[in-house]
Design a protein around this ligand. Structure first.
Ligand code: SF4
Length: 367
């Protein structure tokens, strides 16, 4: 059961100022000629530097298209980690947020990892300072420490397991089956969802994604009445009142698969609207509606778009390739200590996805 929700000491209401800083750094829209020139330059530099572009679904559509065109990848954070580790390129350009670049560097210390803007972070990472987190873990030595990918290298260094939203359910189910009690950080909504689904004993950190936290259950109910045939796709970083109305709950990769494979023609989607670029490409003709963020309790943050993801732009991509700015470093021994929990997850998911031996049926599937 969930008996304690740990709330870290917030020195101020820093979420607002952090996002203001991020929005101020979001690149302005480009004129078509300038945009084409930057894309051409980025293509050329990727080839000249033998670099590969690894992009998250939430970043600018031009960066996603470039990644696809040039043999890179556009995916969720689990696949980004795998792809960067396994690709032969010695330079990885990670278009996403900082923890994604750090994960790539932890897995591939001999590769050069660049990012278009090193200030691109995440409210979950910011809301889980390593010192407070380590003290929390030390106070509960009987628990297996499971952290979401959206954390710093120093937090991962204290963890037993890292998970992403693609594999959190089977990993926590596996730990529960072993009789383990879990200390979970940092996303309280994802943790709550996993706890409800698995029945595991989970002690929670009180973090949230500023984008998904804004989706509103009541307004979603009203929108569903207007679109009764629409299927509702929800990322589990959303509040329980939103998850409860979902036809499909899952990672960005899972939601993309649902748009392609489900027989509905209309979908209400509760995740960052950067995702719509790939969904429209993969399922042209399907109607995608943004899940509502605005309601009586709405704030000016309610736009369903992550300011840190939005900081990734074409100019930043060209600059990091051309001048080597935005290089990620993860110091030892933090890197080696953080590697253990990431490799444990990757080994587990590799076994999960391996073909079952003849005559056997796998008893667990990817979330
Ligand atoms: S969308 Fe949310 S979880 Fe993803 S990087 Fe932005 S703040 Fe973090």
């Amino acid at each position: 059961m969930t008996d304690v929700l740990f709330d870290y000491d917030r020195p101020d209401a820093s979420g607002a100022s952090c996002t203001a800083h991020a929005w101020a750094k979001v690149p302005a829209p480009l004129q078509p000629a300038e945009r084409d020139a930057l894309k051409a330059r980025a293509r050329q530099l990727l080839a000249e530097r033998s670099a590969v572009l690894v992009a998250h679904y939430y970043v600018d559509g031009d960066l996603q298209d470039l990644a696809q065109e040039t043999g890179g990848c556009v995916s969720d954070s689990l696949e980004m980690a795998r792809f960067g580790r396994d690709h032969a390129a010695q330079t990885l350009v990670v278009a996403g947020v900082r923890f994604m670049g750090e994960t790539a560097k932890i897995l591939s210390p001999h590769k050069r990892v660049l990012m278009p803007d090193l200030d691109a972070t995440c409210s979950l990472d910011l809301g889980c300072p390593a010192d407070d987190f380590i003290a929390f873990c030390d106070a509960h030595p009987d628990r297996t420490v499971v952290v979401y990918a959206n954390t710093s290298a120093a937090v991962k260094a204290r963890a037993d397991w890292m998970v992403t939203s693609s594999c959190a359910l089977p990993i926590v189910s596996h730990l529960k089956a072993q009789g383990k009690k879990v200390l979970w950080a940092p996303d309280r909504h994802l943790g709550g969802y996993i706890q409800r689904e698995t029945g595991a004993d989970m002690l929670m950190w009180n973090g949230a994604c500023i984008v998904h936290d804004e989706f509103k259950g009541l307004e979603l109910e009203l929108l569903r009445r207007e679109h009764p045939r629409a299927k509702v796709l929800v990322h589990p970083e959303s509040p329980a009142s939103v998850v409860a109305q979902a036809d499909v709950v899952g990672s960005t990769a899972r939601l993309l698969k649902a748009v392609i494979e489900e027989d509905a023609t209309e979908f209400i989607v509760a995740t960052d609207r950067g995702m719509f670029h790939r969904m429209h490409q993969a399922a042209p003709g399907k109607v995608l509606l943004e899940a509502p963020t605005a309601g009586n309790s709405a704030t000016c943050k309610s736009c369903a778009h992550c300011p840190w993801m939005a900081m990734n732009g074409l100019q930043g991509l060209v600059d990091c390739l051309e001048h080597g700015v935005g290089e990620i470093h993860v110091e030892e021994p933090i890197r080696t200590q953080a590697l253990g929990c990431i490799e444990r997850m990757l080994d587990f998911t590799a076994r999960l996805n391996a073909p079952a031996p003849a005559g056997l049926v796998p008893n667990i599937g990817a979330a």
